[in-house]
Design a protein around this ligand. Structure first.
Ligand SMILES: Cc1cc2nc3c(=O)[nH]c(=O)nc-3n(C[C@H](O)[C@H](O)[C@H](O)COP(=O)(O)O)c2cc1C
Length: 355
């Protein structure tokens, strides 16, 4: 038995080394492509490997399911919104070991997003700047995509937004349409009012706009048999007065959690590639440099009201950093940019660290 356990352990270590080597080998070539091409090429390849059942042979992540927000999460690590905008890769992300995936941001109508190029790597900073602008296939098509995942354990969150051409005064109608239509197909929802790439979207983080949007969604939910958790995703660029308003809205509207945080527009936090970033132009910065900034918002929210429940996202690129967010009081964590730089071995590292 001892002998077999040792063999198994050696096999798992070799597998981890193999993942690291393979990812760095592929990354070398992938990083010659534009970031957007690299994204779809690598995910389509993984989708194919998953389809022919090969992916499972290389990825095995041990974890114990946890019930949080009344949902059974296979583990506490999620893929953050924006990675699988159209719910095309839910099965792949499940095989890779994620406990959840936030699809979207989904808007009522399909839209192309901003002109390309709109996704940029800051390699030395292990960061990304994006100004995608909610490119997605629209809620109707995304529902068709979601119907393919009938047999799944991974938790799916629906991250919802408004179309670019919808005025802020009418925005609540877009959020409601996505919410109502997606309601049977996802396990929880996140209201996204914090992307910097849809003109004026972040203005919806003010108290009155938030109350309007959240209340119409909660009204709809009150008539449903199954009550699905509702989260609000906020920017890391908010001052203490706005954070206080957000906590008040959270309490008044019975939100289930805040997702902290989205990307930042503050490029001054960069140390190595500030000039390059400024030349790229407008966009949201994610990855290693935003770790502290998003943690600071988590601390401030907890300081205002310790009972606010939080999902921590921003700059996680190791098990230790995931633990920092959990120690600050987050109940779940999500990653995006860390996955681009570290590859699938990061999932195993984090899940094994945070249990
Ligand atoms: C290319 C890209 C696209 C994104 N798109 C969305 C989006 O559509 N909706 C959203 O709420 N967040 C979006 N995000 C933000 C991420 O979900 C996450 O909040 C942010 O990147 C911080 O996490 P990270 O440092 O682990 O990447 C996007 C991030 C990136 C890098």
């Amino acid at each position: 038995m001892f002998f077999f356990n040792n063999i198994l352990e050696i096999h798992l270590h070799l597998l981890t080394l193999f993942h690291l080597f393979m990812y760095h080998f592929f990354k070398f070539f992938l990083f010659f492509l534009s970031p957007e091409k690299a994204h779809y090429l690598s995910m389509d390849l993984l989708k194919f490997l998953n389809h022919i059942k090969l992916l499972k042979l290389f990825f095995s992540v041990k974890s114990t399911p946890k019930t949080i927000f009344g949902l059974q999460f296979p583990n506490k690590l999620g893929m953050a919104a924006g990675f699988d905008k159209n719910a095309q890769y839910v099965d792949v992300l499940e095989t890779l070991g994620f406990g959840s995936v936030e699809i979207g941001t989904v808007t009522p109508k399909p839209q192309f997003g901003n002109p390309k190029p709109r996704l940029f790597r800051l390699k030395k900073e292990e960061a990304i700047i994006n100004r995608m602008g909610f490119n997605n296939e629209g809620v109707e098509q995304i529902i068709e995509n979601l119907k393919k995942y009938s047999n799944r354990k991974i938790i799916i969150g629906g991250n919802i937004g408004k179309n670019k051409d919808t005025a802020n005064e009418e925005a609540y109608k877009d959020y409601l349409e996505c919410y109502q239509k997606l309601y049977p197909y996802v396990d929880y929802f996140t209201i996204n009012v914090s992307s910097p790439n849809t003109p004026n979207l972040r203005a919806l983080q003010d108290k009155d706009s938030l109350m309007k949007i959240i209340n119409v969604l909660q009204d709809f939910k009150s008539n449903q048999d199954v009550k699905k958790p509702l989260f609000l995703k906020i920017a890391p660029d908010l001052n203490i007065d706005i954070l206080k308003d957000i906590v008040a809205v959270y309490q008044l509207t019975n939100l289930d959690a805040l997702v902290i945080s989205n990307t930042t527009i503050d490029f001054d936090i960069l140390k190595l590639e500030k000039e390059k970033a400024k030349n790229i132009g407008a966009g949201g910065l994610s990855g290693k440099p935003i770790f502290e900034k998003s943690n600071q918002i988590i601390r401030e929210i907890k300081y205002i009201d310790d009972s606010v429940r939080i999902i921590g996202v921003g700059g996680i690129d190791s098990g230790a950093k995931a633990n920092v967010k959990l120690d600050l009081g987050c109940e779940l964590v999500q990653i995006y940019t860390g996955f681009i730089y570290k590859g699938p071995s990061l999932i195993k590292e984090i899940v094994e660290e945070i249990g």
